[in-house]
Ligand binder design. Sequence first.
Ligand code: GRF
Length: 219
Amino acid sequence: MAKLKAAVLISGRGSNMQALIDYCKTDAAAAEIVLVISNVPGAAGLDRAAEASIPTTTIDHKKFADRESFEKEITQTLENHQVEMICLAGFMRLLTKSFVDHWQDRLINIHPSLLPAFKGLDTHERALAEGVRFTGCTVHFVRAEMDSGPIIVQAAVPILSDDDPESLAMRVLIAEHRCYPLALSLIAQGKIEIVGERVLIEGAEAPGVAFLNPTDDVD
Ligand code: GRF
């Protein structure tokens, strides 16, 4: 069966992109990464992609007069590569409604919180300040409103009493690297259906228990 042609859009180090590349290199993968685009010249992720022999290109937003012309170039480049699914992975530009609508249900993002909590930046700082006992990450289809859209996969990560934003970010990132390949794999296998704001997943197993933080297994 033909593999789903995916592109990854990055702005920085590209560790989530790497997790997607690693998944796509497995024999059973139903998706392939055909292109990596960075809006930041020299982004570290570009080297990682090149090392994996994946075509890369830089589309520097600073070279365009406005958002529309920048995004038009991205769409053109993606369409030249017959891209069927876009994965945003630390892509630090807001996208216009017209771009998002054009790629409706073919555009996914990973966000380092349990959406709809903590949209936007500095998610770990804010989770710690609010005193929530779990945070995590979310892979979702992108809609025009920032950090919104039908949720595909989430991971819950407990907050520890001695966490700081860096230690928490590190544990959430490890979860991100599991969630993003899983989401792409489910899509590529045709197991996902979007019904309104919800994602239905064929054959999905959910954990049958509640996680408590702190735990209630006392001596
Ligand atoms: C990740 O935390 C992701 O959730 C957020 O930006 C960060 C990108 O990290 N959207 P990386 O470039 O994938 O390492």
